[in-house]
Design a protein around this ligand. Sequence first.
Ligand code: FAD
Length: 494
Amino acid sequence: MKRSIIIIGAGFGGLSCAIRLASQGVQVTVLERQQQAGGKLQQIEKNGYHFDRGPSTITMPSSFRSVFEHAGVEMEDYVRLYELEPRTRNVFADGTVVDLSRDRQWMKEQIAVYSPEDALQYDAFMNESAALYAEANQHFLGKLLISPKEKYNLQMLRSLLRVRPTVKLDTLLRSYFKHPHTLAMIGRYATYVGSSPYQAPSIFAMMGHVEADVGIYGVEGGTYQLIAGMVKLAQEKGVQIVTGTQVRQIVVRNGQVVGVDTDQGFREADQVVANGDVLSVNRLLVEPKYRKQMTDARIAKYEPSISGFVTLAGVRRQYDALLHHTVFFPEQYEPEFKDIFHNRQMPTDPTIYICYSGYSEASRAPVGASNLFILVNAPYLSDAWNWDEQMDRYGEFVLDQLEARGITGLRQSDVLIRYTPKQIEQDTLAHQGSIYGISSNTVKQTFARPGNRSKDVRGLWYVGGTTHPGGGTPIVTLSGQLVGEQIASEMSGR
Ligand SMILES: Cc1cc2nc3c(=O)[nH]c(=O)nc-3n(C[C@H](O)[C@H](O)[C@H](O)COP(=O)(O)OP(=O)(O)OC[C@H]3O[C@@H](n4cnc5c(N)ncnc54)[C@H](O)[C@@H]3O)c2cc1C
């Protein structure tokens, strides 16, 4: 009889895992509680304005490409990416602008305007950034690390020592740069994994190379087309994707998964892959008597990543100051992370990011109008901040901040939609509304995330941001492929 796998969740992790398995002849069903696939990425269309609600900065295109290549098809027949150059506009409180570019000479010229010393260090930093990326790629990102042999060996130890795990990102950056603008511009990469530059390990300096050299990519027709392309391919490979179905329990017999209970009844499976957050999956779907390792006490010890407060604005005007990606930095960068991780409050002086995909593709908004996705980093959910009381007040504050930076007219928007961490939790069951799974603020949470194979229940696997290798769309897409490959190879006795 053909073996069957159930995947809980149709995010990037679940879909990439499904495609890898189905391409090797495994029978796969994906069960998704939302009405559409995509997980934290959803498409919103209103009054002729098109928005991607969720991830917008797409890096490491090879991790998406490999989903298609391993299935024996051309990615371009499903979804097309285009490289953005310049990559991101960084606007500082004193009016300084640095457009992040692959062109090193131009980068040095822009940095030299405010700090000739930092400009002189840029090449050396980018070389270290590239070396860190190569190290991570070779020893960490492309491996599952589920067996002790894979985890504890001399090569791994040497690699770990080379990336100096106890050195914080900000400390590494300060060994190259002096100026607050450069420190904030590059330190911000810690937020790509939902973390603080003042706590996360220096390995995330690799993002300098990833963004400037490997590139940031737009997706033709909007970021959601990446999901649409994967859904199409999965279905062609025979994957059954059932949306609007909530898994209520992972059913275990004698320590082994036997299926799942859903709001539509029981479904049998030989193995189950959970794409939902590892912490909420265990808390909500696995009975405590089967969780000797992932106990409630252990779950409570993990620190969730940052969340996000989103405003979607469809405005009948255009903004020359914006590129596809623009970041407005506050006067001081560090207080934002004290607010988020220590006080668990929204930042009093936030960094504000805007994705304006209409900059690259005019058809994303009506003629002469703009589709703005506005994101402010937010704390994970706790009693310290009540979104029911604060959403409108803070939302107005964000508009005030942008008005002061020259992004005017937002109050006359045709479309104005707000989306809070509480809604993120309600829609995707993200643990405490976190958007990158657990944070990478400690060595342990970066390099020893909960493993992809459950230690409690045989036949239960995890993909997505909380597990190895980590958060962010390219990385969770890697996790799905790694787990799919491992399951298929164990099934075939390889
Ligand atoms: C506002 C925002 C901005 C972001 N910006 C970026 C960015 O610019 N670049 C980037 O790379 N990343 C970004 N991210 C992070 C990125 O979205 C995530 O890392 C990635 O999408 C997570 O994918 P995933 O497959 O791990 O899980 P998810 O997308 O969370 O998918 C998990 C799915 O499982 C489903 N599920 C859970 N439990 C059950 C159940 N019991 N039954 C049925 N279904 C269930 C959920 O509904 C969900 O659809 C952003 C996220 C947000 C929210």
